[in-house]
Design a protein around this ligand. Sequence first.
Ligand code: 5GP
Length: 207
Amino acid sequence: MAEKGVLIVVSGFSGAGKGTIVKKIVSESPELSLSISMTTREPREGEVDGKSYFFVSKERFEEAISNGELLEFATFVGNYYGTPRKYVEEMISQGKDVILEIEMQGAIQVKTRFPEAILIFVTPPSAHELKRRLTERGTEDEATINKRMYRAYEESEFIDRYDYLLVNDDLDKCVEELHGLIEASHHKPDCSSGLLKKINEELKEYI
Ligand code: 5GP
């Protein structure tokens, strides 16, 4: 039986650059599958339905919640966001690693359901830099940027729920570090893994 894949959850302040980090690592790692989330947010310019997100109505999202189609979900600055369950479960059981780029409430739900998931939080080096990146992106108005800054402040109190912290002051370095964390997560002794069960069985012959 194939070993199970690792579930990697990347969160970070909105504007911390986690989207760019995740895109880069996925493009460099064919064995890493990216989960596409469902959201009720309006598409931004250049975003493609089914690639960036599955863009759905509030009614469709609420139907997905009640049908148990989502692994986790949360509201973020007035919109729903959630991870479709089926894709993640299929990939993991086929031994493929899956990466989720989701906010904090969702990440904590994932950790509760999959304690073996690794949770990684990405932060810019300062709050000033966060505001600068959000403003420079030019995709949100001032009021939304301020809401996102407030949300970052709230989230900053809970970062210790994560397994690892990445400081994003250099994209390539950050992606390199993320590769390292994923690699390391494959060396966690998972007691249900096939290899450990096999070794345990083999050892019985020597006792
Ligand atoms: P954005 O609107 O900037 O694309 O995303 C807003 C926030 O929602 C980001 O922090 C992003 O990581 C998070 N997010 C995206 N997809 C999901 C999801 O499926 N579940 C949860 N809980 N958060 C998500």
